[in-house]
Design a protein around this ligand. Structure first.
Ligand SMILES: C/C(=C\COP(=O)(O)O)CCC[C@H](C)CCC[C@H](C)CCCC(C)C
Ligand SMILES: Nc1ccn([C@@H]2O[C@H](COP(=O)(O)OP(=O)(O)O)[C@@H](O)[C@H]2O)c(=O)n1
Length: 190
């Protein structure tokens, strides 16, 4: 029976799984540099329709996928939590914040309480859901009462970092997962 690397315990499974973000990284670079034109990709992934946008948020998103797969893979909850905060928390904060974010944060008029509260709750929920999935597959065993507290703390840290007016300096597709990695590593691994 063929054992597909992506589900195997092979040391090479992570490199096989990396093919997906690597291919998308190449796509974003090629289209972001306008070496190739794909209106569908640009329209679906950018806000203003400028190819250069692909080289910022989307590219950082995929690079963080690559970093977490390489460094943490399935052995550690840290990578799972970091990606959950970026895709689940920050992603929903954008949607909810744009639509319902009338009450702005006192220190950042570009962000709102609705967006940040969504960031916290969806970052927490997606993290717990993914940790439960990986735990059910046997990749790690967790003390769930403690894990809930730890993930809540990481989500609080990620929410605070995401709320800061630093988007011009560092994209939140970098700051949110990096802050989550640090907070999760300190709470889960030390
Ligand atoms: C639109 C994207 C990021 C923009 O973020 P922001 O600037 O709004 O904060 C994501 C871009 C995704 C990329 C085009 C394709 C990624 C495919 C990925 C490797 C497949 C696995 C995704 C996994 C389920 C999280
Ligand atoms: N905590 C947050 C996050 C986003 N948002 C809203 O979502 C929009 C996009 O957020 P963002 O600049 O962080 O964009 P992304 O790069 O995270 O997708 C903001 O301009 C706000 O309107 C919010 O209101 N509160």
């Amino acid at each position: 029976m063929v054992s597909w690397p992506i589900f195997s315990t092979s040391a090479n499974a992570r490199y096989f799984a990396l093919l997906v973000p690597l291919v998308n990284c190449a796509r974003l670079l090629v289209h972001g540099l306008s070496l190739v034109s794909n209106e569908g990709l640009i329209k679906s992934v950018t806000r203003e329709g400028n190819p250069e946008e692909l080289l910022r948020g989307p590219l950082y998103y995929v690079l963080m996928l690559i970093v977490c797969a390489l460094v943490f893979w399935r052995e550690s909850p840290v990578g799972v939590i970091a990606l959950s905060m970026m895709s689940g928390g920050d992603g929903v904060a954008d949607i909810i914040g744009r639509r319902f974010g009338l009450m702005k944060l006192p220190y950042n008029q570009g962000k709102s309480w609705a967006g940040s509260v969504s960031m916290f709750f969806f970052g927490f929920l997606v993290s717990i859901g993914m940790l439960n999935y990986y735990s059910a597959l046997g990749y790690f065993k967790l003390d769930w009462p403690l894990t809930l507290q730890r993930v809540a703390l990481v989500s609080l840290v990620a929410t605070f970092v995401e709320s800061l007016p630093i988007s011009e300096v560092v994209d939140d597709n970098i700051s949110v997962p990096l802050a989550s990695i640090v907070a999760a590593y300190l709470s889960f691994c030390l």
